[in-house]
Ligand binder design. Structure first.
Ligand SMILES: [Ca+2]
Length: 90
């Protein structure tokens, strides 16, 4: 999708703040929420092995109102989810 998402697989783990920033930066259409596509790109960016699968799974965990998007109130849960999957380090 966007150029910055391609071929970037960080070796260092990320803080919660960095993860949050990365997720927010992948709101490509700037509508304040993350679609499955945007979420997939975000997980690809942080080096997920199966970004599409990971994005769907993250939605199941973090999409509180079940509208199919990560809304403003869901970002915290999304970061929690990513953190549990060890994409971060304190
Ligand atoms: Ca969006």
């Amino acid at each position: 999708m966007s150029r910055k998402s391609k071929n970037y697989y960080p070796r260092a783990k990320l803080s919660r703040e960095q993860l949050l920033l990365i997720f927010r930066n992948h709101d490509s259409d700037k509508d304040g929420r993350l679609s499955t596509t945007e979420l997939t790109e975000a997980f690809r960016y942080i080096g997920a092995f199966l970004p599409t699968y990971r994005a769907r799974h993250a939605l199941l965990h973090a999409d509180s109102d079940r509208d199919g998007f990560i809304g403003e109130k869901d970002f915290e849960s999304l970061v929690n989810y990513a953190e549990q999957r060890q994409y971060t380090i304190i």
